[in-house]
Every structure is written in C-alpha cells, then in structure tokens.
Design a protein around this ligand. Structure first.
Ligand code: ARG
Length: 458
C-alpha cells in the first residue's frame, strides 16, 4: 500500500526499508499522549475557525473512540504503520472518512512527536517522583527504628568512627531529596508546549498555540519553532537526573551486598528479596541489589546514547531523533522498577545490631575520641593525636583494645588520664556526643528525620 505521504514519490517502499524506518513498536507506548494532543489540536482548529466546529467535534469524538478501543483492547496497533502518529491518523480516517484527513492541518509530525514525548515524560516524572518519595518514607521509618543501633562508619572502607545505622540510612534520604529537586527542576523545562512549531518554521494558519498549551496542561510554549522541534535537552536532563538516582541506588546496593555477606553480616535480607543457588545449598544471594547495580550501567548508556545522537545533527528535525525514545523509555522503566524493588527490600530487611556493634568494637574506632579526651584535659590536638596513636600501636602489639587497657597503663602514656576515660571512649558516648547538626547522635538523627519529613510535606 502507498504511504500517506505518497506524492513526491510513489510511496511504495522496500519492505526492509519500511521495517528499518518504522518506530511503532516502541512509540505506540505514547498512544494516550498522541491522541490527547490530537484532541487539543482539533479543538484549537475548531476554535480558530480553521475547520468548522462540527468537524472539530467529529474529530474529537473519533479520537475518543480510538483511545477507548485501544484502552479496552478491542483495537490493536497496526505494526505496519510507520509510527504512532500515522497509525492514529490512518485509523481516524478509516473511521470518519475525509474529515479525518483534516486533523493534520497546521501541524507536522515534527511538533507532534516533540509534544508526545514531553507529555509522556511529564507523566513518567510524576511516577518517578512518587516512587522516590515512597523510598524516602521507607528509609525514614527504618531510620527511626535503628536510630540508636551502633555500627562502624567507614572511610576508605576502613573502620573510622562509630555511627548509627539510622544515621547511615538518613544519608540516603538526603541524596534522594536532591533527586526529587532535580526531577522537579527538569519537569519545568519539559512542561513547555512545542505544538504549533509545525515542521520547523511555524505556520501561515491563524493558530493559537497558547490555547493548545493550556488545554494540555503546559506552563508555556517553546518560543522558537526550530528549537521547539529539535530540542531534546529535556530528555537528556531527565536521563541525567535518573542516572544520578541510579548512581545513588547503586552505591546503596553495593553496601547492601557487602552488609549481607558473611564477612559483615550486618543485615539479613528478607527471603522474598533474595535468591538461592542451583548448586550451593548454603547460598542466599542479594540478586535484587546486584541487578540494580548492574542496571545502573544500562541507564548511563541510555544517557550517553542520546547525547551522542544529538551532538552532530543540524537544525531542525532529523530522523536520527527517532532514536531518542527507546533509551529514555528504558531509563524511565528501569529507574521505576529499581525504586520499587528498593522500597520492598528496605521495608523487609533486618539489621543485626550485635554484629554491627561487634564490628564497631574492633578497629580502634574510638581513637579520635581518646585524642579528644586529652584535648579536653588541656593537651594540644596534635600532641593528643600522637599519644593516642602510640596507645593504639601498643594495643596492636599486645592484642588489646582501648577499652581493655588499664588506667595505670594509660597514665604511663599521659598523666592526664583519669577513671572517666573509660566512659569517654565507650561507643555509646562516642555516638551520643556527636550532637552537631547532621551528626550521628540520636538527637541529631531525630532532627534529620524531622527535616526530611518537613521537606516532603512542602
Ligand atoms: N517517528 C518519528 C520520530 O519518532 C516521528 C517524526 C517523523 N517526522 C518526519 N518528518 N519524518 O521522530
């Protein structure tokens, strides 16, 4: 069958070229947006008298019918159609006859596809935001529960200072709050309407771009028609924001994987979010976390794919741009599934406080507090640091820990040591003295929880 655009050519294309050119197998995902965009367009054409009001109503009714039939499954996509835009128009004309052919007045597939993607991604952002918020809620809940459970805090993956598990979990809440703010910033730039830019240069018809923008819930319109049809910055931005979310989830996954290993055993993942091995009966594998870490690579690839597609193409529309969709759809689908899996994993994991505490007791994690003790007794920090280092070195050679050294021995290192040193270097004191804003004490973590809750309710 000849193409709808037959005219300049006979519209008869090679089957292989058709398959290569066609995007319906992925852009059919945007059928709702495409149809709603067309309804607004038909309404504008009627409102401005470019077509009659009754023709506009007929078009809108026809489009409504197509939407309904696609939703309830009584209409299937024609996979031989070039893309979703052609499919809807072809179906409309099939149902309405010649009036269907009036829909494409004063627009082009170039502004139509830009409109559809913006509308689609706007909806996706809303879903990603709500899943991110759910994950923050789950984390806040677990942080409340574990706000006084002591674990080692690390730098260089070496035990550094004692912190609480609640404090650690709250760090991820802060990252996810920034992710929310990046998403909402990106949404502002997505939410501008390109419809009416037409092929590239605008139109001679007396259209009303603001009418369509308002009908479709946009905050404004793209102000240059060349830019309106060739801008995909918003998809790049969204994928960048999603990549940062994935990077956060991937770091978290790495910790979950480490923590659930026998070497750490800080947490136990629920059976419902782990897998077994087909050969090793003892295995309980953190596959979900590993998959999130792995999928992060794919999402970074999606971002770089689009940046690379865009970097060499002249204004305005080029068919290269059809390559924008699969990557951005994949990034959205992937981050949504990863966020969802994370909510489940976080809600069901169990901390093992004894093991966390045991790990915090080794490794001289309170050596900084020992030095601070001497500082409080009047020694300059550098001297206190040196003495503490000597005590640590003594402990290592004697197989002792700071808590097991006698007061007499302490006094050999410095006469400033008194009985109160033992209380000062207990892990509970080390944690609960850190009352600085953002610190690890129970009261500081409680303040962080309040802060996050307040941010979420804004
Ligand atoms: N399927 C195309 C895309 O995704 C729609 C726009 C086609 N425009 C054109 N002039 N061929 O980009």
């Amino acid at each position: 069958m000849a193409k709808m655009w037959a005219g300049r050519t006979d519209g008869i294309t090679d089957k292989m070229a058709d398959d290569f050119n066609s995007s319906i197998h992925f852009d059919s995902k945007m059928f709702r947006q495409d149809i709603k965009g067309s309804m607004a367009h038909a309404a504008m054409l009627g409102f401005k008298g470019i077509i009659s009001q009754s023709e506009a109503d007929t078009l809108i009714g026809g489009l409504e019918g197509i939407l309904e039939d696609l939703e309830n499954g009584s209409l299937q996509f024609d996979m031989t159609a070039e893309d979703i835009h052609m499919f809807v128009e072809q179906e409309l004309t099939l149902r309405l006859g010649d009036v269907g052919k009036k829909l494409h007045t004063a627009r082009s597939r170039n502004d139509q596809v830009a409109l559809d993607i913006r509308m689609y991604l706007r909806d996706e952002i809303d879903e990603i935001v709500s899943l991110t918020r759910r994950l923050i809620d789950a984390l806040v809940c677990r942080a409340e529960e574990y706000k006084s459970v002591i674990m080692p805090g690390y730098t260089h993956l070496q035990r550094a200072q004692p912190i609480t598990f609640g404090h650690h979990l709250m760090a991820y809440c802060m990252m996810l709050l920034r992710d929310l703010s990046r998403l909402s910033d990106c949404r502002k730039r997505i939410n501008l309407s390109p419809i009416g830019c037409c092929a590239l240069a605008g139109t001679t018809y007396d259209t009303d771009r603001y009418f369509e923008a308002e009908k479709l819930g946009f905050d404004g319109i793209c102000m240059n028609s060349l830019d309106g049809v060739s801008d995909r910055d918003f998809a790049v931005e969204l994928m960048a924001a999603i990549s940062v979310i994935m990077m956060h989830l991937s770091r978290f996954s790495e910790e979950i994987i480490l923590w659930s290993s026998w070497e750490f055993k800080f947490i136990e993942l629920s059976d419902s979010f782990t897998t077994g091995s087909s050969i090793m009966p003892q295995k309980k594998n953190p596959d979900m976390a590993e998959l999130v870490r792995g999928k992060t690579g794919r999402v970074f690839g999606d971002l770089f794919g689009l940046l690379t597609v865009l970097k060499g193409i002249p204004l305005a529309y080029n068919k290269d741009m059809q390559e924008d969709k699969e990557g951005v759809f994949d990034a959205c689908d992937t981050v949504k599934s990863c966020l969802e899996i994370f909510v489940g994993m976080i809600e069901t994991l169990k901390a093992i406080p004894e093991n966390m505490k045991k790990a915090a007791q080794g490794g001289f994690i309170n050596a900084t507090d020992l030095a601070d003790y001497l500082v409080k007794k009047g020694l300059p920090f550098r001297s206190a640091y040196k003495i503490s280092g000597q005590i640590v070195s003594y402990c290592i050679s004697e197989g002792e820990v700071l808590e097991s050294v006698t007061l007499e021995k302490y006094k050999e290192f410095s006469p400033l040591f008194e009985e109160d040193v033992f209380d000062e270097i207990s892990l509970e004191t080390c944690v609960n003295k850190r009352i600085s804003v953002g610190g690890t004490s129970v009261s500081s973590v409680e303040a962080q929880i309040e802060y996050v809750k307040a941010e979420l309710s804004k």
